[in-house]
Design a protein around this ligand. Structure first.
Ligand SMILES: Nc1nc2c(c(=O)[nH]1)N[C@H]1C(S)=C(S)[C@@H](COP(=O)(O)OP(=O)(O)OC[C@H]3O[C@@H](n4cnc5c(=O)[nH]c(N)nc54)[C@H](O)[C@@H]3O)O[C@H]1N2
Ligand SMILES: Nc1nc2c(c(=O)[nH]1)N[C@H]1C(S)=C(S)[C@@H](COP(=O)(O)OP(=O)(O)OC[C@H]3O[C@@H](n4cnc5c(=O)[nH]c(N)nc54)[C@H](O)[C@@H]3O)O[C@H]1N2
Ligand code: SF4
Ligand SMILES: [Mo]
Length: 753
């Protein structure tokens, strides 16, 4: 095999690699020697491919769903039977009774799943990407008409909300951050934890979990009050400045200091640092995505960039792609009828990511001559996940009876894991496209074996906003009978009478068709590695309904929401109800225990005075899910021996003062309980974790444990962070419908014998 260029997707870092086969060993190097972004996981291609647990042929369930027993079937049999059942469901309940959750980054194909669903008439598409960047893109769109990206090459001030980058966690951005700091850029980190990244910061604001929106409102207050904004940009390009100024007037640094637990003088100083930078950036980060105030926070960040004049300077607003066929064009949204769009689940209550919001941009498309319906970051036309799971369980407002999970461990990648399990159990058909017998696959009727990134050719980044197209070449043949998602979708389409939607014999033919407008073939792109994509001509103005940067969003207003950002205190109604209902004696006993510990609590508070959290008596700790681990990726990679040795058990990070106060011990097992659920974790004392708060890890299940419901879905029912967080209306961002996993929810921690 000669050296090939490819893109690693062992995580969503998407590092560009140059891989050679040296005596049977694959050797991965950074594609650009001058930019050594790659982590240790990139070298595990064969360990992953040839892992004995990998599913390498189609499986059909034997016995009850979730019993953990399977038989091998041929692709023909599996696809025939799935198509027959899908046809039955669609004919009985309508196409909207089919829901899909997928992660296109993982299987390498954007657009094709939507193309089939649009052709069949189902609007009920969800993805875990909704919780991660996809929703950010929709808020950016409401403010600017597009999704801004930090321009690291010019940045002289970086503001991070919780991002913790390292050589093993998004190395490319870590390198860019290091380079910016090397040039003298200032770093402001807003994070309750003292992370490695926070240690590099000029200013570390140890904010109370879930209160970031209040901080940004105060920054805007200072910037307007002190006249630090870009008057010309505001005057010429923005609309809504007067109402914005009214909104932030009460948000003095003193008020935000009370809410956020950050010193008012520090809030003032950092506002000035940001506004007086030449080229400040607020790079995208997942922390803003999973809060009850997510829309308000992201909107306030967008406003900050705009009024300080950074849009188009350090914050790039890419034009929509048009040339090589984008995912949105491939998805062919014109195929789904208005009547079927209107049935999209959750769009009435939580419209921002749905067809209902997309419709608000029809006039913009006409004005700017956009020839297709942009599905910005694949997230402008999605259903509300919690509403889909509810309809799967209850049939309300109508039945959803068939579910496909494609390259997504659905059970573990939203809130309310218990509800998702119930939703899958209530289906007539569950199909999972996977590498492993994940907790989700354990609840399937058919598990279909997918190829992995080093076994397929991928035409990369044909997003609507991607300025480049990349080719990633297969390094090995697929293990066993593993096949691509294109094979599965096109074969199902053929069996469902929608074969005309997929006239391409295989993915390479599809890529040639997508590249034809650029006069390129996929083979030619493979030689080059990448090429620029075409873009729509700039016609002036922003792609918002008013053509301006909308500081007060007309889209949010028309959808029935506050057009301006505001801050609402995150609540835990479950914990509050439990505390109100607890017998006085129990509360008194709990209070008594704690009174005895008051000296200790004071000490802990003194150790981290700026991060005091507001918590109740039964559930005294504020929790957040996250702080990614170097040795795994979301719910994946825990079956890889070399990685598991580095991170063998799921750990709660607990401040040492709290470890002592709760009678816990390092390395001992504890239970973390919220009013919604319970998990078991190993105690890891951690000075960096503020007193009164707990970090619970994301995505832990144990592939070595017994599969099936009786075995607790390989310990997913023991460790999954989604067990702790409800998806009830009070714990989601109202406009987006997405759950809060970042503060607000409270927990208690108990030693386990
Ligand atoms: N090795 C490895 N790398 C990964 C991943 C992985 O699983 N493994 N996952 C990738 C993915 S999908 C993502 S999205 C990124 C996520 O990476 P990050 O954006 O770094 O997010 P997390 O690691 O979840 O959490 C980071 C910080 O957010 C802080 N935080 C929590 N709640 C709040 C809050 O309310 N406000 C503020 N200001 N801070 C808060 C936490 O204290 C924590 O320090 O990492 C990516 N990189
Ligand atoms: N409860 C909770 N939910 C969350 C988060 C959280 O912190 N807590 N984080 C959110 C975030 S930031 C993100 S990015 C998303 C992540 O959502 P996803 O990226 O969907 O991540 P996983 O849930 O780990 O599911 C990925 C699954 O795809 C499989 N897979 C990987 N590569 C391939 C492939 O090439 N082909 C096939 N067929 N399968 C493949 C893996 O085996 C794994 O089971 O989850 C979000 N959801
Ligand atoms: S950070 Fe590591 S695992 Fe993620 S894409 Fe880059 S090399 Fe692959
Ligand atoms: Mo993510």
């Amino acid at each position: 095999m000669r050296e090939k260029l490819c893109t690693c997707v062992f995580c969503d870092g998407g590092c560009a690699l140059r891989v050679a086969d040296e005596d049977g060993q694959l050797r991965a190097r950074p594609a650009d020697p001058g930019f050594p972004a790659l982590c240790s996981k990139a070298h595990l291609i064969d360990e992953y491919r040839l892992h004995p647990d990998r599913i390498t042929h189609p499986l059909r369930r034997v016995g009850e769903r979730g019993s953990g027993r399977w038989e091998r079937v041929s692709w023909e049999v599996a696809l025939d039977e799935i198509a027959v059942k899908l046809r039955q469901v669609i004919d009985t309940w309508g196409p909207e009774a089919l829901a899909v959750s997928e992660m296109p980054l993982n299987h390498g194909f954007g657009g094709i799943t939507r193309r089939l669903m649009n052709g069949l008439g189902s609007p009920n598409y969800i993805t875990a990407l909704q919780l991660c960047m996809g929703n950010t893109a929709q808020v950016h769109r409401a403010v600017y008409g597009g999704f801004t990206l930090a321009n690291w090459d010019v940045a002289d001030c970086v503001v991070y909300f919780g991002q913790d980058r390292s050589p093993e966690k998004w190395p490319a951005e870590h390198l860019r951050l290091r380079a910016a700091l090397g040039r003298g850029a200032k770093l402001v980190v807003v994070d309750p934890r003292e992370t490695d990244t926070a240690r590099l910061a000029d200013f570390h604001l140890r904010i109370r979990y879930g209160t970031d929106a209040a901080l940004v409102l105060a920054w805007i207050h200072v910037i307007i009050a002190e006249g630090l904004f870009d008057e010309r940009f505001v005057e010429e390009q923005c609309e809504g400045f007067a109402v914005l100024a009214d909104r932030v007037r009460p948000w003095t640094p003193e008020r935000a200091a009370d809410v956020c637990g950050v010193d008012a003088a520090l809030i003032r100083e950092t506002a000035r640092v940001y506004a007086s930078a030449r080229a400040a950036v607020i790079p995208w980060g997942a922390t803003a995505d999973m809060q009850v105030n997510s829309t308000a926070l992201i909107q306030a960040q967008c406003i900050l960039r705009a009024i300080c004049g950074f849009v188009g300077v350090s914050e790039t607003l890419p034009a929509l792609a048009h040339g090589g066929v984008t995912n949105s064009e491939l998805a062919a949204f014109e195929l789904i009828s208005p009547g079927q769009r209107a049935k999209q689940l959750g769009a009435d209550a939580h419209p921002l990511l749905t067809f209902a919001a997309s419709a608000r941009y029809a006039g913009v498309r006409e004005r700017l001559g956009v020839p297709y319906e942009p599905d910005l970051m694949a997230m402008s036309c999605a259903a509300d996940a919690a509403s889909v799971f509810r309809a799967m369980c209850t049939g309300d407002p109508y039945p959803v009876r068939a579910f496909i999970s494609a390259a997504n461990n659905t059970v573990m990648s939203y809130a309310n894991q218990q509800g998702i399990v119930e939703a899958l159990l209530a289906q007539e058909l569950v199909v999972v496209f996977e590498h492993w017998m994940t907790p989700t696959a354990q609840l399937a009727d058919y598990v279909l074996p997918g190829d992995m990134w080093a076994e397929r050719d991928v035409l990369g980044k044909p997003f609507d906003v991607a300025p480049v197209l990349t080719a990633s070449s297969a390094l090995r043949v697929p293990a066993g009978e593993c096949r691509s998602w294109y094979f599965v979708v096109s074969e199902l389409a053929r069996r469902l009478g929608a074969g005309a939607l997929f006239p391409w014999r295989d993915e390479r033919e599809l890529y040639d068709w997508r590249l034809a407008p650029l006069g390129l073939t996929f083979a030619e792109l493979e030689e080059r590695g990448s090429c620029p994509n075409g873009t729509l001509p700039a016609r002036g103005g922003f792609a918002t309904p008013t053509g301006k940067v909308e500081l007060a969003s007309s889209v949010l207003r028309d959808l029935g929401f506050d057009p301006l950002p505001n801050y609402a205190e995150p609540r835990d109604l479950g914990a509050e109800a439990a505390e109100a209902a607890a017998p006085a004696s129990e509360s008194a006993a709990a209070a008594g225990d704690r009174a005895a510990d008051d000296a200790f609590a004071d000490e802990a508070a003194a150790a981290a005075p700026e991060v005091g959290q507001r918590a109740g008596r039964l559930y005294p700790y504020v929790i957040f899910a996250g702080l990614r681990e170097a040795a795994n990726y979301n719910t994946n990679l825990r079956q890889m021996p070399s990685l598991r040795a580095r991170e063998p058990e799921p750990c709660a990070l607990v401040n040492p003062a709290d470890v002592a106060r709760e009678g816990l011990a390092a390395g001992a097992w504890c239970a973390v309980e919220t009013a919604h659920g319970r998990v078991e974790l190993m105690v890891r004392p951690d000075e960096a974790q503020p007193a009164g708060t707990l970090r619970v890890p994301h995505g832990w299940w144990k592939p070595e444990r017994a599969p099936g419901l009786a075995g607790g879905l390989s310990a997913a029912n023991l460790h999954g962070d989604g067990l702790l967080f409800p998806d009830d209306a009070w714990n989601v961002d109202a406009a987006q419908g997405l759950p809060n996993l970042r503060g607000g929810i409270r927990a208690r921690i108990l030693p386990l014998g």
